[in-house]
Design a protein around this ligand. Sequence first.
Ligand code: UTP
Length: 276
Amino acid sequence: MKVTQAILPVAGLGTRFLPWTKVVPKELLPIGNKPIIGLLVDECLSVGIDDICFVISRGKEAIPQYFYEMPELEAELDSRGKLHMLEDLKRYDNVKFHVVYQQEMKGDGHALLHAADWIKSDMVAVLFGDDLIHGKQNGLQQLVAAYDHLPEGEKPAMLCLQDVPREAVSKYGIVDIDFDHPQHHERLKKIKGMVEKPKPEHAPSTFGIVGKYIIPRNLFRILQTLEKGSHGGEVRLIDALIAELGTMHVYGYVFEGHRLDTGTPEGYKEAVQVLG
Ligand code: UTP
């Protein structure tokens, strides 16, 4: 199975980084000489995805702009002989970028719905803006490799999982595990249920969903149905996955490596230390 498209929802307000997220999207924070969003796009390229849709909100146009070609700047660098810089700038020339606007922040599923008409393939990767996995392989490489272990013909959803401390489960969507997939150590798990932000005593496991997914296009129909019934409230991806559990297989892969949550000032600081 080859995934060629990815949605990157980055419309959020970034309130934890206020006041400066009034003017600079948190996804453009640098880690070394690259912004976080550059690392996420590189994660897509590393698995052969070359068609990317950003879901942004007004004021976050600098995110797609970072990837656009700048012929005048390129000509200038060329004339000054700064070829290594030119190479870096041209890195994204063959990637197709698409932008849609989410006007109101009504949840992760609501953000995804804005990209529904853009999807052409059966499966699409989804990377939310905050999570980076530091290890031998990035998060998406691990999800794609795990996906390839699944039976031919299935079009399941694949979620990225982390074993979190029980006292932290109320910050995550937590999965209920059916069984461990026999051919993939204990990292690949068949999922039979999910609960959003449960209390520690009610959590069916300690495996939390982190911001990377491969999902089938069909799921967008469910998101549309949920939106109709939401009466202007939040539309959540986890609710669409729960609604489809009877008809669609859902797997989770417990990533190898260290997760860096760049969505908080402390997590960002750690990411700079580890990756910068
Ligand atoms: P968060 O819940 O972390 O929100 O969203 P946020 O706005 O980014 O940050 P805080 O909490 O205000 O500090 C997780 C991811 O989902 C995207 C965000 O951009 C982020 O990548 N998102 C969330 C949307 O694109 N739209 C939404 O309606 C909600």
